[in-house]
Design a protein around this ligand. Structure first.
Ligand code: GRF
Length: 212
């Protein structure tokens, strides 16, 4: 059975979704760059091994990433899932886990990479927003896309209501992507494309606002 390590920085709701999804893999550990990450308690309560590599204890990104990689490697995972891990990773780190490192991002990439995605979507008046699971490459939030979920932006939306609608879908697509990975149903090709064994196609169009 494959195994994964999950990296978090905070609340850990995506991590929790992965823990609860009965994935066909072993969750070897949850690692955080912050000792006060709430998600660590959720993991501990479920008997999952946890570790903390405090980024503040390291002089620069390179030394932090090297220590993080050493900690990850003690668990020898097949895959590493970033779940609200709020550190920019160095190219060396990303290269070390090429094809094994995935991330969830709260926007329909390549739109709204970076932070404050929901506020920026509302500001721009887009009518469809969403979330993306992708392989991680050195190009922040621009790695090959595995799966996306789209949600409508509604007239009365606030940043909070839109975030909640997107988060609900994050909790659905991340376990799906990790399930595909662990079952060997997707992989990253040499030329940086996501290869699917069983291609499922979306089967409807969303209009937002709806047609009359
Ligand atoms: C999620 O919206 C995720 O997409 C983003 O950071 C947030 C983390 O939330 N990368 P949680 O810690 O998983 O609850």
């Amino acid at each position: 059975m494959k195994s994964i390590v999950i990296l978090i920085s905070g609340r850990g709701s995506n991590m929790q979704a992965l823990l609860e999804a009965r994935l066909p893999c072993r969750i070897a550990a949850v690692i955080s760059n912050r000792a006060d990450a709430k998600g660590l308690n959720i993991a501990r309560a479920r008997g999952i091994a946890t570790a903390v590599v405090e980024h503040r204890d390291y002089a620069d990104r390179n030394s932090f990433d090297a220590a993080l990689a050493d900690t990850i490697d003690t668990y020898q995972p097949d895959f590493v899932a970033l779940a609200g891990f709020m550190r920019i990773l160095t190219p060396d780190f990303v290269a070390r886990y090429h094809g094994k490192l995935v991330n969830i991002h709260p926007s329909l990439l390549p739109a709204y990479s970076g932070l404050n995605t929901h506020a920026r979507a509302l500001h721009d008046g887009v009518k469809i927003h969403g979330c993306t699971v992708h392989f991680v490459t050195p190009d922040l939030d621009h790695g090959p896309i595995i799966i996306q979920a789209a949600v409508p932006v509604l007239y009365h939306d606030t940043e909070q209501s839109l975030a909640a609608r997107v988060l609900h879908e994050e909790h659905r697509i991340y376990p799906q992507a990790v399930r595909w990975l662990c079952k060997g149903q997707i992989e990253l090709s040499e030329d940086g494309r996501v290869i699917f064994q069983n291609r499922k196609q979306a089967s409807f169009t969303m209009f937002s606002p709806g047609l009359e």
